[in-house]
Every structure is written in structure tokens, then in C-alpha cells.
Unconditional design. Structure first.
Length: 419
């Protein structure tokens, strides 16, 4: 009787497997943010469709990195998939924590991700950048844009800012006329990631880079870096007092309240600015590519990407889920849940672009395609923190811009072993 029952159950399991119902559970580590919420909702959909239990573990931004790094180092296999901020990819890949996806694509009869993905979205998922094997798939299409109050800029004599000189000209006029209650510009000046994220597009637009092309020399303290710093300090002078402590919420609040006319910002803020319950600026903010300096403007790309942990015990199931979650159909659903897409077909979908909340999509797609990744270095989190400390000191006025460049150069040389 027991043997008969076992055979019946085995046959049932086999039949379910043949019909595409998976029994292996897997776990996904995601940030406690809209990006993580979107993937959690997708995982619920997948579980209901496939009968597979997908466990989602959410943690604050920094903790996702720490937990993922610890799991990789100990080879615990506690996480099967990690949703990563793209500058983390070199750390996870070069330390052997991520699975090479090449054999999984080959087994599925695919050369790799299809060409509906934006090329820059795919480039960051390869290590080395744009040339190595795929170690993850793009899920959330973040790249910075320039946000500005077009009516206020027009009052200041600038119709559409094409350069940082245009931005500064309008901002000086608006701040002067604002009498301490209204400002032409606002940025994140807080130490670490905040100030670095807002400085890098300006840095790049003046032809500066943190490293030379083969990553053998640090190139922060250069004439190009000095030109970028000069503009950054000029923008500081037309921004609210105390921005050395500003993070995303302070910048977003200033724009939504109509207390500042412009900033670099991420696309997830569009929903806030277009929500009448949170914003006085509904329909009034324009979205543009990053302005030019001495070189064309370039956004900092900030995609969230999914990779399989090399210690995972459910690699095939994880790969199948990732391919499903990044399909055109699912990326469109993710877009309706607030996450910017990574596929050209979704950016151009008339069902979305006809809606006011998605009117920034053409600009965002352009911004992604003109974007630059943060330096692809396995020690980027340490580098970013050190650079951000010195930049924030310059914003606060406790050191000079020249001192900030010099000390940043020395700190990054030390961290990267290029002293």
C-alpha cells in the first residue's frame, strides 16, 4: 500500500514537471525600494503561475550589498538571485560570486539576451564591461535626467538648457530673484553616494574620468576635473544653504514644492512630481538629457540587474525566472508598477507613452543610450565613499575645491593600489 502510494505520488510529480510546474523553491535578495517592490510583485505572479515558491528577502540598499557579499564569500547558497545596483557588478563578478550565464543561454538555444534590450542596458550586464560574458540581466532602467521648471527658466532667459553654462545662467537669475526662498538649482551634497552621483555627470561632461582607459592610473586631479569642480561649486552657490547634507528626499521635496527650479534626478521621482497629492508642480516639470560641458552630456546609468549567485543550488530555476521576469511582457508590467523599462519596445509602447505619467520615456531612453557607467572597479563602494567624503567637504566649504581634488586623487590611488 505504501509502495503503491509512493508510485502514485511519483507519477503525479512527474506529470506536473512535464506540464511545466516547477517544484524547486528559490530565494531572491532585493532592496527595500520601488525596484525591490516591483520584483517582489513579479515573483508573486510567477509563484501563482508556476506553483513555485519564490522567497523574497528585502533589505536596505547598503545591506543588500553586505548580505550578498557575505553569502558569496561564505558560499552559503542562501540566495539564488541578487538584484544588484550595476556598479556592484565588478565586485561580485571579479570575486567569483556570480554565475556566467553563457551556458544557460546555450542550453535554451539562445546566443544571449535578445536585441530588444537597449544596448547600454546590456553592456553593463557583461564583465568586463560590454565585452565579457553576461553575468546578469537588466531589470530596472535607471539613468539620470535633467529636471527643470521650463516656465521659470524661460523667465530667466533660457528656453531649453543645452549646456551647464545655460543652467548656471538661469539659476543665478532665479536664485537672485528668489530672495532666499527660491533657488535656481539643488543637488545632493551628502557624503558618499549622494554627492558622487550628482557630480559624476558634470565630471564627465567636462571630459574628466576617474581612471584612464585601462584602469592603471587615477585621473581625478586634472584640468578637466578642475573645470568640472568649478561648475559644481558655482551651482552650489545658487542652491539652498546646507546642501552638504542633502540626499534624494531633500532634493525631491524642493522640486515638488516649487522651491527650486532644476536638478539632476532619477526617473523614479517622476511619479512623485506628477502626483497632485505630493507635488505642486504637476505638469510643470520638463525632462531633458544631461547638459553638455566641454563634451556632450552623459547620465550616470543606475540600472538594477539580476544575477545568479555562484553558490546557488537552484541555478536553472533562477535563470528561468530571470528570463521570464525580463521578457517584454513582464518589463511592461513592471513599468506600470513604477520601474523604468530596459526594452525599446516598452519605451515605445503607445499604451504607455500616451499617458502623462510616461511622457518622459523618450528622454529617458535617450539618456540611457548616452549614459556612462560608474567606474567598473571591484572596490567601487570604497572608492565612492572616499570620493564622496572629499566632495561633500568642498560643498560645505571646509576644504577648497583644489584640496578636494588632490585628496580624492590620493584616497582613490590608495584604495585601488595605484599609488
Amino acid at each position: 500500500m505504501v509502495r503503491k502510494l509512493f508510485l502514485v505520488l511519483a507519477a503525479a510529480v512527474s506529470a506536473l514537471a512535464i506540464n511545466g510546474v516547477a517544484w524547486a523553491d528559490f530565494t531572491v535578495l532585493v532592496p527595500s525600494s520601488s525596484e525591490g517592490d516591483g520584483l517582489r510583485a513579479a515573483a508573486d505572479d510567477y509563484s501563482n503561475m508556476k506553483g513555485t515558491k519564490v522567497e523574497i528577502v528585502q533589505a536596505p540598499y547598503a545591506n543588500v550589498f553586505e548580505q550578498g557579499a557575505n553569502a558569496g564569500a561564505t558560499k552559503s547558497g542562501v540566495f539564488d538571485i541578487i538584484l544588484m545596483d550595476d556598479p556592484w557588478i565588478p565586485f561580485f563578478a571579479e570575486n567569483g560570486h556570480l554565475e556566467d550565464l553563457t551556458p544557460y543561454f546555450k542550453n535554451a538555444g539562445m546566443e544571449g539576451p535578445d536585441n530588444d534590450f537597449l544596448s547600454k542596458s546590456l553592456a553593463i550586464c557583461r564583465n568586463p564591461y560590454n565585452t565579457g560574458p553576461y553575468v546578469c540581466l537588466p531589470y530596472v532602467g535607471n539613468a539620470q535626467m535633467f529636471f527643470y521648471d521650463a516656465a521659470k527658466y524661460k523667465e530667466a532667459g533660457v528656453d531649453a538648457p543645452k549646456t551647464w553654462d545655460d543652467v548656471l545662467k538661469a539659476s543665478q537669475t532665479l536664485t537672485k530673484n528668489g530672495g532666499g526662498r527660491y533657488f535656481g538649482y539643488v543637488f545632493r551634497g551628502g557624503q558618499g553616494n549622494p554627492v558622487v552621483a550628482d557630480f559624476m555627470p558634470i565630471f564627465w561632461s567636462y571630459g574628466a574620468n576617474m581612471f584612464n582607459e585601462d584602469r592603471t592610473k587615477v585621473t581625478i586631479d586634472t584640468p578637466e576635473g578642475a573645470a568640472a569642480m568649478k561648475m559644481f561649486m558655482a551651482l552650489r552657490d545658487v542652491s539652498p544653504k546646507g546642501i552638504e547634507s542633502y540626499n534624494a528626499n531633500e532634493v525631491g521635496t524642493a522640486l515638488a514644492a516649487g522651491a527650486a527650479a532644476s536638478s539632476i534626478n532619477w526617473p523614479n521621482w517622476v511619479a512623485t512630481f506628477e502626483d497632485p497629492s505630493q507635488s505642486k508642480m504637476v505638469g510643470k516639470i520638463s525632462y531633458a538629457p544631461i547638459p553638455a560641458g566641454t563634451k556632450p552630456g552623459s547620465s550616470e546609468i543606475g540600472h538594477w540587474t539580476m544575477g545568479i549567485m555562484s553558490a546557488s543550488k537552484n541555478k536553472q530555476e533562477a535563470f528561468d525566472f530571470m528570463v521570464w521576469a525580463t521578457s517584454a511582457e513582464q518589463i511592461k508590467i513592471s513599468a506600470t508598477r513604477g520601474n523604468p523599462p530596459v526594452r525599446a519596445s516598452v519605451f515605445a509602447d503607445p499604451e504607455l507613452t500616451s499617458q502623462e505619467q510616461f511622457r518622459h520615456y523618450p528622454v529617458l531612453m535617450e539618456a540611457i543610450q548616452a549614459s556612462t557607467p560608474r567606474p567598473r572597479h571591484p572596490k567601487w563602494p570604497e572608492i565612492e565613499n572616499a570620493f564622496g567624503i572629499e566632495l561633500s567637504k568642498a560643498v560645505a566649504g571646509t576644504i577648497t575645491p583644489e584640496e578636494a581634488l588632490k585628496s580624492s586623487q590620493a584616497a582613490v590611488e590608495e584604495i585601488s593600489g595605484l599609488k
